[in-house]
Design a protein around this ligand. Structure first.
Ligand code: ATP
Ligand code: ZN
Length: 225
């Protein structure tokens, strides 16, 4: 549990969500002195500390109460929640808001030269992904008997490397798939960045601060619409 009385927010250190996260914190009126290599940045005008970590660590940090809030892609959140649920260690985290950045979709794809395929083609095939929980749930739901190959990176080269027949990966424009000679199929999940909170948070001061930030967040979102 975070044991001091400053609200701890986890954001991605460097990657696709970092710039938007920093911008959002600024729009919420949180003044930060971000130094390149520092893990923690202290806000100068509010009792808030910002932890900059890998996006994959954010759901766990918030579920375990190491951080009170976090900003993470719904894809990463859903995968982490499913993994915890399976291991019987349900993390207590609630989604406070869906944010208007970090949009992407998790989609199936296979080598272009195979042409259009329907779901039945996947039966008996190997599908490479970084999201084994989300993919397994989809396969179960759709009654597809395929096997899941877990890769933490370079999923898009798996078919060419002979590691899998197809992939299930994040797509935003489709350019990466095309560059790797892959054809896009069904979307399994649509995702945006979201703001999450540890559900067990009891500290009255921190809860009051969150209550103060939420209307600002709604204001920022409305101003963009
Ligand atoms: P880290 O080093 O923090 O683990 P990463 O390489 O896992 O970084 P990024 O590629 O920076 O992560 O993506 C972070 C998040 O951005 C994704 O989990 C997803 O929610 C979102 N995102 C938006 N568009 C895309 C995209 N085209 N490809 C991948 N992720 C995307
Ligand atoms: Zn990551």
């Amino acid at each position: 549990m975070s044991n001091n009385n400053r609200l701890r927010i986890a954001i991605q250190k460097s990657g696709r969500l970092s710039k938007d996260c920093q911008e959002l914190l600024k729009q919420l009126g949180i003044k930060l002195n971000l130094r390149e290599q520092r893990l923690i940045a202290h806000a100068t005008n509010m009792p808030i500390d910002v932890l900059r970590v890998r996006d994959d660590d954010i759901p766990g940090l918030v579920m375990d109460g190491v951080c009170d809030l976090g900003i993470v892609g719904e894809n990463v959140l859903e995968e982490a929640q499913a993994e915890r649920a399976r291991s019987g260690n349900k993390g207590s985290v609630k989604k406070l808001a869906k944010l208007d950045f970090g949009y992407c979709r998790l989609a199936l794809a296979w080598p272009q030269e195979l042409g259009k395929q329907d779901k039945s083609w996947f039966s008996g095939k190997r599908i490479a992904t970084t999201y084994p929980e989300i993919l397994s749930k989809y396969l179960e739901r759709e009654d597809i008997d395929a096997s899941v190959v877990m890769l933490t990176g370079s999923v898009e080269v798996a078919p060419r490397a002979g590691l899998a027949d197809a992939i299930c990966d994040l797509v935003s424009t489709g350019a990466t798939l095309e560059a790797n000679g892959l054809m896009q199929g069904d979307t399994i999940l649509e995702s945006n960045a979201c703001l999450i909170q540890n559900e067990m948070l009891k500290d009255a001061g921190k809860l009051a601060l969150i209550d103060k930030l939420m209307p600002r967040l709604r204001g920022v979102k409305q101003a963009k619409e």
